[in-house]
Design a protein around this ligand. Structure first.
Ligand SMILES: Nc1ncnc2c1ncn2[C@@H]1O[C@H](COP(=O)(O)OP(=O)(O)O)[C@@H](O)[C@H]1O
Ligand SMILES: [Mg+2]
Length: 227
């Protein structure tokens, strides 16, 4: 089944002489059951593209359908609901909330979807335990290492079982073993026939987990052979 279809998708930041064309006519199709990697140099438009696909940024031209729904055809309210139910986004800079504990941070997407706090926190604790953070459950993210914060951000990206999970350089702060653990969970536990995962990465260790790799350069995509 088709999870994502982008056609001639374009995004320009700013206008006039300062305009930056970050995404230039991208065509992309991703099916359910697929883990897609997007690789490419810094500044090539990877974060912009996944932000368009996740409905975080608006686009001027082209189409982007996620599970058949086109963002441009949604009201703001519908878009908010669609995003919180259907999409998990793992930010490169984590975007954790320092006033909340590790468990509370990870529970946020469940609370937004109407799960009661005790149930949400129980599920968050279980997931963090699985990610080797059992002794950090009640600590503020400020007191955690980069790798530990990154695991919180990843857990928050899929705890609500979204159909599309988008991760921006999710292993940048993880050592080899932890990076493998996280990718193994994404690929073998989180991914299923109804879901799709997109991972932006510079990290060649991740390549073996991909079903397909596309290369981004100067706002455009090309298919890349896995061998
Ligand atoms: N908020 C913004 N305002 C203006 N330009 C931006 C903004 N975000 C990114 N850009 C520019 O868009 C281009 C693509 O950036 P980005 O999508 O972050 O690339 P990548 O994730 O591949 O490093 C770059 O030239 C970057 O400077
Ligand atoms: Mg980026």
């Amino acid at each position: 089944m088709e999870a994502i279809r982008c056609e001639k998708l374009c995004k320009t930041y700013g206008s006039g002489p300062n305009a930056v064309q970050a995404v230039r006519g991208v065509d992309l199709q991703v099916n359910t059951g697929e883990l897609l990697l997007i690789v490419g140099p810094s500044g090539s438009g990877k974060t912009t593209l996944i932000s368009l696909i996740a409905g975080i940024l608006p686009y001027e031209e082209g189409e982007c359908r996620v599970f058949g729904e086109e963002y441009k055809e949604m009201t703001e309210e519908k878009k908010t609901t669609f995003r919180k139910n259907t999409i998990g986004f793992v930010f490169q800079s984590f975007n954790l909330i320092p006033m909340l504990t590790a468990t509370e941070n990870v529970a946020v997407p469940l609370l937004l979807n109407g799960i009661l706090p005790p149930d949400a926190e129980k599920k968050a604790r279980e997931l963090l335990t699985e990610l080797d953070l059992k002794d950090k459950l009640d600590i503020s993210p400020k007191e955690l290492s980069g790798g530990q914060q990154q695991r919180l951000a990843i857990a928050r990206g899929f705890i609500h079982e979204p159909k599309l999970i988008v991760c921006d350089e999710p292993t940048a702060y993880l050592d080899h073993k932890t990076g493998d653990m996280v990718m193994d969970i994404l690929k073998n536990k989180v991914l299923n026939k109804d879901r799709a995962i997109i991972v932006v990465t510079h990290d060649p260790r991740i390549f073996s987990y991909a079903d397909r790799v596309v290369h981004m350069e100067d706002g455009q995509l090309s298919e890349k052979s896995l061998s």
